[in-house]
Ligand binder design. Structure first.
Ligand code: SF4
Length: 337
């Protein structure tokens, strides 16, 4: 039997295989590949192969710890932690000792990073305090996931022990959120200027997003030098204002993860997917986020008791798909000269 695929797709897969990175129009072409087609499996196979080679088989576990669940007045439409969603009517803060016990558990179970997430109005000073507290007690690298930052605030994160920050221009930024794309990009510049590693994901993808807007954000991650990128789908929590738009399937997510992997070329240290799923781990992703504490996708204040997948569950997904979570992380190596 002859195994033929569309010749333009074949050319783009070759370019992806050479780690040259893809431009917006090229990514759009691949994002239009039909789920379940031969082209889709060829795309996923190529992304998987280059990731295994480039990341040397390492599976990454970056442990999300949401430090507070407060009704957030910014009201991003995809988030369950908003005033408008009405899920959380009172503030819940997980204190330093609670966060420390999660952090120690993460360290014990081989987490490669601790991603400390706070809601939009959580005082940065408190996050800095948590950073200093953890820095002296655990050796796992600290990554902040917080609001937009000035240069002074970025430097304060570094001083408090953080080595990186997760930040993204979300799909629908400025439409489904009150923040401007320019402001989000300015924070990404701040991270680079002060020497914090920038961690990114194209998110939260729903069926209404066009290939063009998804591809723009994939390419932005390469242009601004993300340590890792990847794709997260939107989760419609019960009562979500975006519930009527539906959700993409895990198969569609894996197809997008593969496109994003080819877009990123040779500059990345890992490639992520969220929520944890197995298909993406054979489509170029090697990084999962186990979760505890608050989550913008959950109705429970501690997602460890809700939707969140725990460290051992994520570790199992990695090993079942041939990734080794026991190796040292590639994400915190010194930058290439
Ligand atoms: S995504 Fe962040 S800023 Fe937006 S509503 Fe949720 S917690 Fe607030």
């Amino acid at each position: 039997m002859t195994w033929r695929i569309d010749s333009r797709v074949e050319d783009l897969l070759k370019k992806g295989e050479d780690l040259a990175g893809l431009e917006v129009e090229e990514a759009v072409h691949l994002l239009k590949i039909r789920p379940g087609s031969r082209e889709m499996y060829a795309l996923m196979e190529t992304a998987d192969r280059i990731s295994r080679r480039q990341f040397n088989g390492k599976g990454e576990l970056h442990f999300h710890i949401g430090v507070n669940a407060s009704p957030c007045p910014y009201n991003c439409r995809f988030c369950s932690l908003t005033v408008e969603a009405g899920v959380f009517t009172q503030s819940v803060e997980f204190g330093p000792e609670r966060v420390l016990s999660w952090a120690r558990e993460g360290q014990k179970q081989g987490a490669d990073a601790l991603n400390l997430m706070s809601t939009g109005t959580f005082p940065l000073g408190k996050l800095l305090e948590i950073g200093r507290f953890l820095r002296d007690r655990v050796s796992t690298p600290l990554v902040a996931n917080t609001r937009d930052l000035t240069h002074e605030e970025g430097e304060a994160l570094l001083e408090a022990g953080f080595v990186g920050a997760y930040h993204s221009v979300r799909l629908g930024e400025g439409r489904d959120t009150p923040f401007s794309v320019q402001k989000r990009i300015q924070t990404i510049r701040v991270l680079r200027d002060v020497g914090l590693r920038w961690m990114n994901c194209v998110e939260p993808v729903g069926p209404e997003h066009t290939p063009e807007e998804i591809a723009e954000l994939m390419v932005l991650a390469r242009r601004y030098g993300a340590t890792y990128s990847g794709v997260m789908r939107r989760i419609n929590f019960p009562g979500s204002p975006m519930g009527d738009r539906g959700m993409i399937t895990e198969m569609e997510l894996a197809r997008m993860v593969a496109v994003s992997r080819l877009v990123m070329g040779d500059r990345v240290k890992a490639h992520c997917t969220h929520e944890p799923n197995v298909l993406s781990l054979i489509a170029g992703a090697n990084l999962l986020f186990p979760e505890v504490g608050s989550s913008p996708r959950d109705r429970k204040a501690d997602t460890g008791k809700g939707r969140g997948t725990d460290l051992s569950g994520c570790g199992r997904m990695l090993t079942e798909t041939g990734w080794d979570p026991g190796m040292p992380s590639n994400c915190f190596l010194p930058p290439r000269a």
